[in-house]
Every structure is written in C-alpha cells, then in structure tokens.
Design a protein around this ligand. Structure first.
Ligand SMILES: *[C@@H]1O[C@H](CO)[C@@H](O)[C@H](O)[C@H]1NC(C)=O
Ligand SMILES: *[C@@H]1O[C@H](CO)[C@@H](O)[C@H](O)[C@H]1NC(C)=O
Ligand SMILES: *[C@@H]1O[C@H](CO)[C@@H](O)[C@H](O)[C@H]1NC(C)=O
Ligand SMILES: *[C@@H]1O[C@H](CO)[C@@H](O)[C@H](O)[C@H]1NC(C)=O
Ligand SMILES: *[C@@H]1O[C@H](CO)[C@@H](O)[C@H](O)[C@H]1NC(C)=O
Length: 668
C-alpha cells in the first residue's frame, strides 16, 4: 500500500509548477514531471502537475505481454475465491447493477495481453481494473501497478443539495454552496459538465464506485463531511480522481443555470515522495516489475531531495493539538459526550428542543484493527457511552453509520451484543465451493484435534476452521458437512456457516458474552428492541422513491491477497510435513494457489470470501449482495446537512418519530 501523500496541499491550491517550454519538448513526460517535482520541492511547495502530463507519463510505460498474461492467470486464482463470481453473470432481477461475465472477461484480457494488444501497461491495467469495478463490490478490488505513481485531482468538490430534504436536489460547487444561505442570488446550480447534462455526467462518474446500489454510488461522487475517517474520500469521486484514478478527461467545463461557465484543468500529485524517473520504462520497472527481478536500483536515487515534510504545513501545528496523538474532532459535528483519539467512534447527548431524549452513537467505520488496541478502545467507548445515555435519561438512540465502509467483524458483532445482550448475532455465510477451498479444508479437518499449531490457529482466525451452523447450535465435524456443495442460484457453494464466536472473541478483539469475554450489563434493553430498529437513508440520485439502507458490499468477509498467500503457503507446508494430503492433491493445491510473488506488483488485491444471507432467508438461498432492501424512509441532503452532518440526526428524528415527511414514495 502506498502511504500518505500531500493531496491536501494540492487541494489547497498550490501553484502549478511549469517547466520552460523548450525543456518540455526535449524530455519524456515522466522526466518533465521529475524535473518539476524537484523544482517544487526545492521551492518548498508540494508539487502539482498538469493531469494531462501525468497521463502521458503513464502511457509511456511499456507493456510486457508475457508478464501481463501471467498476471491475469494469477488474478484468476484469486477470483476462484470470489464468492459471487458465478452469479454475477446472471444476477437475480432484484440486483440493480448490470451482469458481469468475470470468467469470460478475464479470459479475454489474458488473450489480449498474450497477443500484445495493449499499447502500454496503463492501458492493460485500466482494462483489468474496469472489469473489477464492474462487479460493483467493495470487497473485490484491484489497485494495479500503474495506478500507484499518481493521484488525480479533478475539480473542486461538488454537493447535491435539496431545498428542504424533500424536493429534488440541485448540484453546486462546494464553494458556492457555502454562500448559498447568506447570498442565494450570487450563485447558481451547475447544469452541464463538459457539454453533458450534469446528472448524467455525474452518474457516469459514479460508475467508477464499487457499491452495489446506484444511489450510494451517486452519493460518493460528492463531498461528504461524514467521510471524515478518510480525507481523500471526503472530497468525493468527482473531485478526487475518482478514487485518485485518471478521470478520463483533462479539463472540466462547467455551465451554470445563470448562463456563466467556468473551466478547470485536471491536476496530478505523486503518491510517494521522491519522484525521479527518466522515462516510462524506469517508472514501470520501479512500480510494476516484482522486486526480486529488478537488478539495478529502481528506487529513486538517494541524491533526490525529498520534501522535509509531506504533510501540509498548515495542518495542525503540533502546538495546537492537546496531545501529539489525538486527532482533531471532525468538522461539522457538535462537541461529543465521548470520543476516542482517532475518531473511530463518538457519542453525543442531544439537547436541542425535541431531541432531549435522544442519544447518537456515530460509527464512521468498523475498520479499527489497524490502531493498536483499536477493538478494545471502541468497545470501551461504546459501553461507557451507553451508560452515559442511560444516566442522562435518554430514550432513543440513533446509530449513525453514514459513510461506514465496514471493517472488523468482531467489532460489528460486539456492538450488536452491547445493544442486544441476549441475542446471538445471526451470521449465515457461504464460500464459493471450489477445489482449492476443498483441499485447504481437508487439511484443516485432518489436522490433529485441539492442535496448538500456528497454521491451524491462522485457519481459525481467518475463518476457515471451527465453523458452526448459522444458528450456532452445531459445529461442523467433517469436510463434507462444511463443503457441500449446494446449488445456490446455479453456483456451487459451501454449506451455510457462521464463524465460531467463542473461538474468535478475545481480549484483544472482544465480542461480549463469547469466549472469555463476559457479557456487559444489559442496561439498554429497555430502550432497544430488535424489532424497533428503523433505517433512514440520505441523498441518492435526483429522483423520488425509496433508496436502499445499505449501499456498499453486503458480503460477509473480504480476503486480501496477502492473507490467501499466508494461508496457502502455511497449509501446503503443514500438509506436506504431516502427510495430510496425497502427492497429487498437494500438486493440485500448488497449481491452484497464486504465486508467492505476483508477476506484477500491485497496490491492493482482494476478493470477497463469503456471501452473506439474511436471517429471514431460512435456506440461505439469496446472497444479500443481490437483495434489494429499501430504508424505511429517505431524505435528500439539505444545505445544512451538507455543512453540518449532525443536522441529519434531527432530520431523522423528525421523519421517524416526529411526524415529518419522507421523500415522496420512500416511506416503507
Ligand atoms: C453565476 O453562477 C456562478 C456559479 O455559482 C457564479 O460564480 C457567477 O458569479 C454567477 N454569475 C452571475 C452573473 O450571477
Ligand atoms: C505446526 O506444524 C508443523 C508441521 O507439522 C510443525 O513443523 C510446526 O512445528 C508446528 N508448529 C507448532 C507451533 O506446533
Ligand atoms: C439448530 O437450530 C436450527 C434452528 O433453530 C434447527 O433448525 C436445527 O435443527 C438445529 N440443529 C441442531 C443440530 O440442533
Ligand atoms: C458443481 O459441482 C459439480 C461437482 O460436484 C460439477 O459437476 C458441476 O459442474 C458444478 N457446477 C457448476 C455450476 O460449477
Ligand atoms: C467474568 O465473570 C466471572 C463471574 O462473574 C468472573 O469471575 C470473571 O472474573 C469475569 N471475567 C472477566 C474477564 O471480567
């Protein structure tokens, strides 16, 4: 993964560093960027480049047909684990996104690569990345090597604003939105982008977003302060990238309703310090060729001066922060009754008229494991907050999951248990049934019982072993019981299974009431009834009617490439040493396993390991990814909601409990 880069500075408007025209014509695009980078660094600026020049540099990367075809072959080995790889080609009608032929697509790209049909690495990477994105599944992602050097910054962020939350929204630049309240006649909504109707243009941008729901994809095009756990994502896909990717355009021409226009150029920033490459080949060798194959020093020369600090100088001087580790509170939110230093979770006790009995738990992410002790921290904050809410006499609880991208499953289970201490979290999942899974499970089920073995422990930890039925009343005893296969929507799938919560609950990653972790006091049960939970969504495309409550992936578990390699390597070793697989089975598992070193580098590669099923779906017959589930109510964002996300809480209370309206046709 790439590290932090100085996008904030770029967005703050550092001047473009321009090279002398004569020098430009002499040098390769990548060399021009290197030179401009050096000049910027020397001058103490965060270097920003014309997007078109960065794009030319990427297009000057060579393409190696053998390497490209081998990479696709490796990608197929990951894809065999993608739980809905087969169903995607023929999804049920409840699915709102188009079908995707994953296997056909990969075969085609592999052939094209072998036949040297790609002009450069970037073209190949774009084709492969587009195939991944077409699955509209955040668990399935690829950040190919040529996407690593640059991030593209398209334009100032846009927002979609409804006058009252019920009328269809209009689109403004964020800057204009900020003056809309004080001086509504000074600004005007956007009607066209690059000559195209603004909504259809932005729906096009939204197709780059890996969410199953089209309204969620559309929301992600715009700035959202509730995406505060990731400052790049906060800008929205129209502004940042999308996702930092090449926006497929060098300029933006915006036309406003009042008849004026504006024009801006796409810019690029480097994702890593020290950009020094003489040409596209050098860039390719550094970013794409596996480390073990690069003979000479492909990393930037040590003579390169690097910016003394890649973070913008204006951001939080040390003297202003109370503790060196605490992050500032998110913009647009009131003072929290409790929050952790990393903005992973926060609780609010509302006091404005009509909300005196309401508490809000804001959970912007479940991804807490990267912070040391993260799971314990959020669990403790949640427990303390529930106690505070009870003490303050609160009767209603809003759980704000806006922009939550998912994360650690233990944390989600734990939060559920804190609110419903007497209920077992229901978790029904299936793996795609295929030979590699079968062989890995065979090793798991033939390993000595109660083994303290590390390989075995990692199988349990990742969720390959010790699995139970979804009702948690039976632990699978044989490979056959777990593996099946069962026909689900025409695909071979494993038996429906759940993680064993007693096995995965630990002091480090507690699930209260499981394993050695005692149940927390059932203090909130009076207030919370499972049946009483209602959902409300905000935003979406400018059309009336319902919107789904959950727009992102509804799969149950992601499998990062490194985890699969760790598991297969360990299992192969253990199976060989303990003779748990026959010789031919060993060979087969080896052949089905991805290479320990990928033929091409990448920034991220991951697939969806498990489909999830609803508790109401007794036979676990319809993966949730394909189920349409509208929220109980929908509202559009108002200007106030955009500037101060916390105002969505009072809007939600009014709509759900206060007799207020929902968007026409959205009350369920
Ligand atoms: C028209 O609207 C744009 C966008 O809000 C604004 O920048 C511009 O000043 C407006 N022009 C006039 C003449 O009102
Ligand atoms: C795990 O099993 C392997 C293969 O039998 C063995 O070499 C290794 O020592 C075991 N590790 C532990 C911690 O028991
Ligand atoms: C487990 O519980 C489910 C649902 O209550 C039930 O259908 C099933 O028969 C039970 N299985 C066992 C092995 O007790
Ligand atoms: C499912 O697996 C069976 C073997 O168990 C195989 O014959 C069949 O072709 C598979 N079906 C699909 C759709 O892959
Ligand atoms: C859990 O509860 C039991 C019984 O109340 C107590 O003995 C034990 O110390 C508790 N464990 C933890 C980790 O708090």
């Amino acid at each position: 993964m790439f590290t932090e880069y100085s996008l904030l500075l770029a967005a703050a408007g550092s001047a473009l560093v321009a090279a002398a025209p004569s020098a430009r014509s002499m040098q390769s695009p990548c060399a021009q960027i290197s030179q401009q980078y050096m000049q910027g660094v020397k001058a103490g600026r965060a270097p920003t480049f014309p997007g078109a020049l960065a794009y030319e540099c990427l297009q000057s990367m060579p393409f190696d047909p053998k390497r490209g075809a081998a990479f696709v072959e490796d990608v197929k080995k990951y894809m065999q684990w993608q739980s809905n790889a087969d169903v995607l080609n023929n999804p049920p009608t409840s699915y709102l996104s188009p079908p995707v032929d994953i296997w056909g697509g990969l075969d085609y790209l592999q052939q094209q690569a072998a036949d040297n049909q790609f002009g450069n690495q970037f073209e190949f990477d774009t084709a492969l990345s587009d195939l991944f994105i077409s699955a509209k599944d955040g668990h399935l992602s690829l950040l190919p090597c040529s996407y690593m050097p640059f991030a593209f910054v398209g334009h100032e962020s846009l927002v979609s604003v409804s006058f009252d939350g019920l009328q269809l929204p209009q689109i403004y630049t964020f800057g204009d939105a900020k003056v809309l309240k004080s001086n509504p006649n000074a600004v005007s909504p956007i009607v066209r982008i690059n000559g195209k109707d603004v909504v259809s243009h932005l729906e096009g941008v939204s197709e780059s977003q890996s969410f199953q729901d089209p309204d969620a994809r559309y929301n992600n095009v715009f700035l959202s302060r509730s995406r505060y756990t990731n400052s790049d994502q906060m800008l929205g896909a129209f502004s940042f990238g999308p996702n930092g990717m090449w926006p497929r355009s060098t300029v933006y021409n915006l036309a406003y309703a009042n008849g004026t226009t504006s024009r801006s150029e796409v810019k690029a920033v480097v994702r890593e310090d020290g950009f020094q490459f003489v040409d596209g080949k050098a860039l390719y060798e550094s970013y794409c060729v596996p480390a073990s194959e690069t003979t000479t020093t492909s990393s930037p020369s040590t003579a390169t001066p690097t910016p003394s600090n890649s973070a913008p100088a204006s951001s939080t001087p040390a003297s202003q922060s109370p503790s060196s580790t605490a992050k500032p509170a998110p913009t647009g939110y009131p003072k929290a009754a409790i929050r952790d230093d990393n903005n992973l979770i926060s609780g609010y006790l509302l006091s404005e008229p009509g909300l005196e009995d309401t508490a809000v738990l804001s959970v912007p992410t479940f991804g807490v494991s990267d912070i040391e002790g993260g799971n314990k921290i959020v669990s403790d904050v949640a427990i303390e907050f529930i106690q505070k809410a009870v003490d303050a006499g609160k009767k209603k609880m809003i759980i704000d999951l806006s922009a939550n991208p998912g994360g650690d499953v233990n944390y989600a289970f734990d939060l559920f248990r804190l609110f419903f201490p007497n209920k077992t979290p229901y978790w029904s999942t299936r793996f795609r049934a295929h030979e590699a899974l079968k062989l890995i499970e065979k090793v798991g089920y033939s390993a000595p019982q109660g083994s303290q073995n590390l390989t075995f422990a990692s199988l349990v930890k990742v969720g390959f072993y010790g699995l139970k039925t979804p009702s948690q009343n039976y632990t699978f005893k044989t490979l056959e019981e777990l593996y099946g296969p069962h026909n689900v929507l025409g695909a071979n799938m494993s038996t429906a299974n759940s993680l064993n919560m007693d096995l995965i609950s630990s002091e480090e990653k507690p699930i209260h009431g499981f394993g050695d972790i005692n149940s927390s006091c059932p203090i909130f049960t009076e207030m919370m009834k499972y049946e009483g939970v209602k959902t409300i969504s905000f935003g979406g495309r400018p059309q009336y009617g319902p919107m789904q409550a959950m727009g992102g992936t509804r799969g149950a578990q992601v499998l990062p490439a490194e985890t699969l390699i760790m598991i297969t390597t360990a299992v192969l070793d253990m199976a060989a040493e303990e003779e748990l697989l026959s010789k031919s089975e060993l060979q087969q598992l080896k052949a089905l396993s991805p290479a320990e070193e990928s033929p091409l580098q990448y920034g991220l590669l991951q697939v969806k390991l498990r489909d999830a099923y609803s508790k109401r779906d007794k036979d676990s017959a319809m993966p949730l990814q394909f189920v349409y589930e509208p929220a109980h109510c929908r509202l559009f964002y108002t200007l106030e909601n955009v500037l101060q996300p916390a105002t969505t809480w009072s809007a939600a209370v009014k709509a759900m409990w206060g007799g207020g309206d929902c968007v026409a046709g959205s009350r369920m």
